[in-house]
Design a protein around this ligand. Structure first.
Ligand code: SF4
Length: 369
């Protein structure tokens, strides 16, 4: 399995890592088998979080592979925002994981401006994390966030970060294009290591695993973290990573055009329908913020319906979307017929209908159309 450097840390990660979230629901014997098989194959990155199952994921990892601690790079996360809670969280993680240091400690789920302010304030979590780094309990400091990366972009300007992890997949590229267009280039420029999560968009891309992994590993990331909860999935994912070849620019475009989950409903943010004084894609990006463009008014098969309903508001950014929509509304009138724009979209999107659906979702006087 190929390894890639993690920014300036000096660590090299195998292309796929194991994420600990799903280990909470996985029986202990299976966790043991999966993690040990992963290490036997040569995998070297395992990550978890203090919050996953209130420490249960960490405890299971500690029980399964603490005896092989030198064979892998270990990361955990804390959602604590003040120094005292962060110190307790780090101590507890080390106890649960049965080790004396973490290779990476992530400040976890930093998504609201308030999260960042609290962490950076005097007596905030960053103080405790930096002290843990000085004492050797933590080697590198990371940050994670989900959805729109505005707060992560701000964090990069405010303190020294070694590693950044966020969702990266072809579906959410259409919802949060700033991840690939702004966040990744900035991290590369600063030598910050990048780790991808949510390559299947929280499971939404379950029909396209091969393409999804290939798309994400074609980005300049050190590794993609996968939620593996059976040995069969481990074998499959490992085989896919072994056969990985980067997508060319043409292959990427082709996949963005053909991906079944995108169809004629999801705006690819290509901006080919830009008007001189407004851009439909800006409206559709707000739809991405509120429900990841998932609710298109169609009635899918029951399993897809259930998945869509569960995931569409996963990142809880609706308030921000509504506020920004009020500003954008000065540029168009949702009652006007915009069907003449439809021919501009190479993906067959009914731009007029979609603008009206966005208004139904975000406008104060919105009505479902
Ligand atoms: S042309 Fe289609 S895909 Fe491109 S920005 Fe406009 S609506 Fe989105």
């Amino acid at each position: 399995m190929d390894k890639r450097p993690l920014g300036k840390t000096g660590l090299d990660l195998t292309l796929i890592g194991i994420g600990g979230f799903h280990l909470v629901e996985t029986p202990m014997a299976q966790v043991d088998a999966i993690l040990n098989r992963y290490l036997d194959c040569g995998g070297n990155y395992i990550e978890t979080a203090a919050d996953y199952g209130a420490g249960l994921s960490e405890q299971k990892i500690g029980r399964a592979v603490a005896g092989r601690r030198d064979a892998f790079i270990l990361a955990s996360k804390t959602t604590a925002r003040d120094a005292k809670s962060a110190r307790r969280s780090i101590e507890k993680s080390l106890e649960n994981l049965r080790c004396d240091h973490l290779d990476i400690l992530f400040l976890h789920a930093v998504q609201k401006p308030n999260d960042l302010e609290q962490m950076l304030a005097p007596g905030g979590a960053l103080e405790a994390v930096q002290r843990a780094q000085q004492s050797g309990q933590v080697r590198f400091i990371g940050i994670t966030g989900h959805g729109h990366p505005a707060v992560l972009l701000k964090a990069l300007q405010q303190f020294e970060i070694d590693v950044l992890m966020t969702g990266m997949n072809y579906y959410d590229y259409c919802n949060f294009p700033q991840v690939e267009e702004e966040l990744i280039p900035l991290c590369r420029e600063r030598g910050i290591g990048l780790i991808a999560m949510k390559i299947l968009a929280d499971g939404y891309l379950y029909r396209s695993v091969r393409h999804a992994l290939r798309y994400t590993l074609s980005l300049p990331v050190a590794a993609a973290v996968l939620g593996i909860n059976t040995l069969a999935y481990l074998e499959l994912d490992w085989a896919l990573a072994q056969e990985f070849r980067p997508m060319t620019a043409e292959e990427r475009e082709k996949w963005l055009a053909e991906a079944p989950e995108l169809g004629t409903k999801v705006c690819r943010q290509c901006r080919k329908c830009d008007r001189p004084d407004w851009r439909p894609s800006e409206f559709f990006a707000l739809e991405g913020l509120i429900d990841r463009q998932m609710d298109d008014g169609s009635i899918p098969e029951p399993p897809d319906y259930a998945l869509r309903e569960r995931l569409k508001n996963w990142f809880n950014q609706a308030d921000e979307a509504r506020e920004r929509y009020r500003g954008l509304l000065q540029r168009i009138d949702p009652q006007v017929d915009y069907r003449h724009l439809n021919v501009l979209c190479p993906y067959g999107i009914d731009i007029d209908r979609k603008l009206k659906r966005v208004h139904a979702k975000l406008g104060d006087d919105g009505r479902i159309v």
